[in-house]
Design a protein around this ligand. Structure first.
Ligand SMILES: C[S@@+](CC[C@H](N)C(=O)[O-])C[C@H]1O[C@@H](n2cnc3c(N)ncnc32)[C@H](O)[C@@H]1O
Length: 462
């Protein structure tokens, strides 16, 4: 690691006092590698050290080449830094309601928190995941499709535009763009870009994001605010500032001392700070606030011209059996695609389509081509797919990797027509079998672009 920016070192020395040297030593160590399992795709517990605050989170003994593991492509797990998985405690300890909720992840890409949220929210909940940078919004959409949820929609808007949806969201997560001090160990660029002026700029941007989007949260709703930086300006001081603008209540989290997380408090507002010398994880900060007052609408905004039209009734039976819980979904035409949205959330989805830039939403089922239907990649990866509707092929590791590279593969004993390819029991993608050849339907922009080594690695999840 290069030398720390002097102004940063000075601030940390002041913040940490006698702990400063151990903090610097920790920055010289390797970054722990960790992942979070998808509870809907992988039930087993791998033989790795668990992350104490995340039920499905594990530290790996070393960094594998994830690209060579089809389970990573299939969304059986998400490679996620350990500290960030602490979001789980905010939800477990404060979302006591068991009914479906509406959540907004305002700074969503690449999707660590969003995929985590879809595993933690009560069944039937819906997540709007937003990302202001278009290219990053596409990555977020890819990761959510691979995670296998249909109860989510990705937008590409400025946070302030969510003020139009006043009082709608039960939960708002703001994992804010920050000065990234907590990433210095694994990201040299974060260190190069750091300056006191940039900290100030980040703080101002964070305040703007919080205040602009604040109306979208319901009274009584929860805000989870997090950054991956240590300084007080972007953390405690922002909470303090927000509490001066709005009526909020700070919600504390119960954390065993052994976890090594530092609890902070300024003006009665609690926060939780992660230092790499006190636990196995990167720098992080998280706080939970409850909104105490605001407007709560009794209906959704009016939609003048719905963008999504229902699939004609006579066509519905062609795809409805593909869904496990068919009665809970409405199938609509979305451009060239037939997409399923949870019936309960379709009115909101229409509002979002009219007022926001929607990058991806719901569960894409099929694209009609002439008289046939092409099943969509997201369906193969979805936990809502009824696999009994399709012949299946279990691929071995080399074949699965060739499928992901879009090389020709010809699994034994598969009939002509659409075949669902699986790897270690997890849905991967579609293959169209035709006599003695096949076409793989793995999206070109998701393609595995590396040459396969002659010796393939042992599995990440044994
Ligand atoms: C810390 S990252 C989010 C990480 C994500 N929550 C996750 O867990 O994978 C912050 C995100 O905020 C986005 N961002 C940058 N400027 C923004 C702004 N002015 N308003 C909202 N989001 C912004 C960045 O593009 C980035 O994707």
């Amino acid at each position: 690691m290069s030398t720390l920016p002097p102004a940063f070192a000075e601030r940390m020395l002041q913040q940490l006092g006698r702990q400063y040297d151990t903090f610097v030593q920790a920055l010289e160590q390797d970054t722990p590698v960790s992942l979070r399992l998808n509870p809907f795709k992988w039930q087993g517990a791998p033989p790795y050290e668990p992350i104490p605050w995340s039920e499905r989170g594990y530290y790996l003994p070393e960094r594998p080449l994830f690209a060579l593991d089809p389970l990573w492509h299939a969304g059986a797990y998400y490679v996620q830094e350990a500290s960030s998985q602490f979001l789980e405690q905010a939800l477990r300890q404060h979302l006591t309601i068991d009914e479906p909720l509406l959540a907004l992840d305002l700074c969503g890409a690449p999707g660590g928190k969003s995929t985590h949220l879809t595993s933690l929210l009560p069944e039937g909940s819906f997540l709007v995941s937003n990302e202001v940078i278009r290219s990053r919004a596409n990555i977020l959409a890819e990761n959510l499709q691979k995670w296998g949820t249909g109860h989510a929609l990705v937008t590409n808007n400025d946070p302030g535009q969510f003020a139009r949806l006043e009082g709608l969201f039960d939960l708002m997560v703001v994992d804010a763009p920050c000065s990234g001090e907590g990433l210095f160990r694994r990201d040299a660029a974060a260190q190069e870009e750091w300056s006191p002026a940039n900290v100030q700029l980040c703080m101002e941007r964070q305040r703007r994001i919080l205040l602009d989007a604040w109306p979208a949260l319901k009274p009584g709703g929860l805000l989870v605010y997090s950054t991956c930086t240590y300084n007080q300006q972007e953390n405690e001081e922002n909470l303090q500032w927000l509490s001066q603008q709005q009526r909020v209540k700070s919600l504390p989290l119960q954390i065993p001392e052994a976890w090594g997380i530092e609890e902070t408090e300024i003006s009665g507002l609690r926060g939780y700070r992660f230092y790499p010398h006190k636990l196995r994880g990167e720098g992080f900060f998280l706080a939970v606030l409850q909104k105490l007052e605001g407007y709560e609408p009794d209906r959704l905004p009016h939609v003048r011209k719905p963008r999504l039209s229902f699939l004609p009734k006579k066509l519905v039976p062609e795809v409805q059996p593909w869904l496990l819980d068919a009665q809970d979904w409405e199938i609509v035409q979305e451009g060239p695609l037939w997409t399923a949205y949870p019936t309960h959330w379709l009115p909101l989805v229409q509002v979002l389509h009219e007022q926001f830039r929607v990058v991806h939403g719901g569960l894409q089922l099929a694209e009609p081509k002439g008289k046939s239907l092409i099943p969509q990649p997201a369906l193969a990866l979805s936990r809502h797919l009824n696999p009994a509707q399709f012949p299946q092929a279990e691929l071995d590791l080399p074949t699965a990797l060739r499928f992901l590279r879009k090389d020709d593969i010809l699994p034994d004993g598969t009939p002509d027509g659409w075949v669902l390819c699986r790897y270690r029991g997890v849905g991967l993608g579609w293959l169209k079998m035709m006599k003695h050849r096949s076409n793989g339907y793995w999206p070109t922009h998701w393609r595995l672009r590396m040459e396969l080594p002659t010796e393939l690695p042992s599995p990440v999840l044994p």
